[in-house]
Design a binder for this molecule. Sequence first.
Ligand code: SAH
Length: 379
Amino acid sequence: MPANSDIFAPPDTAADARPNLIGMSRAEMADAVAEMDEPRFRGDQLFQWVYNRGVTDFEAMTNMAKPLRAALAERFSISRPAVSRDLDSIDGTHKWLIKLADGNEVETVHIPESDRGTLCVSSQIGCTLNCKFCHTGTQRLVRNLGPMEIVGQIMVARDHLGEWPSAERPTIYERQLSNIVMMGMGEPLYNFDNVAKALKIIMDGEGIAISRRRMTLSTAGVVPMIRRCGEELGVGLAVSLHAVRDELRDEIVPINRKYPLAELLAACREYPGARNSRRITFEYVMLKDVNDSVADARELVRLIAGIPAKVNLIPFNPWPGAPYERSSDEAIERFAEIVRIAGYPSPVRTPRGEDIMAACGQLKSDSERVSKSIRTAAE
Ligand code: SAH
């Protein structure tokens, strides 16, 4: 159970009393072995076994002496979060419902494409943002995910895809898990420290080794954290824009009341590393008769002028009780055309995994009741 003083923090008590190596940085592993009077390079070896080879058993660490393997096993665990359910879509999309040590659940989605495979990773259980068109927003936030729980989502996917390198296959070309998008449940920039630690582990070339160039972090617009995200992580930035006038954005993306459009776009203009070969993605959900007019498209083009950008149009994905409808194909095409003629790529995101409720905005776990009891305990 999280401490009452900080109901959003991940719990520090795991089912296993031994600290889990998953979620530890390379420096932390080096410190851990140094405490056992081992040279620090053993920490690098441990890091490689855990994150590059994906081993779950200390006995597999063949470049370490047997007594050292035993000593490590006594002190540490290598445990993934459990998978409580996994679902296959007819389009190849795969969704895992991941059960964390405290019983809460989050969702992770794998989206295979011809030239890549993208894993959509969650950063929080639920979300505090309450965007009107998003299913996750109807779930009250339970808490932030810790580094282990974020890295653990990738480890679970790699286990399932059988994509760990081995002595026989040290390099895997054409990976099914080649890209990561922080676009699952939650607002990653409201959990920056844990997300940053996890992404640094994931991008380390000695470990999971997915380059920052293949990672995109999506934010609804936590303006004060945007620069840090670029400077510290250097990942691609996606911004959930969805409306081009403050009046409408205040209503459908309520964080806009705190950080309005002008401030958001100024932060995008200054995003470190944005250039034509590394454009900022503006996500724009297409809601019928709400934000899909020709005037909206023209205003969008005016707003993003001068930003190296692309505009990702997302046909609205319905969920039970949703107050919106998807724009017509004609409206989406008309909107895309205006953006394209102005010089910005404007791909329409094909809905993936709709049959298993895995498409954008459809993720929601059942962890709500727990949240209420934690909140009551905290009051
Ligand atoms: N909190 C972050 C990360 C979530 S990313 C953010 O807002 O960017 C998930 C993306 O799916 C966001 O762009 C979100 O606005 C979009 N989305 C949410 N609900 C949707 C729905 N019902 N249909 C289509 N896209 C949706």
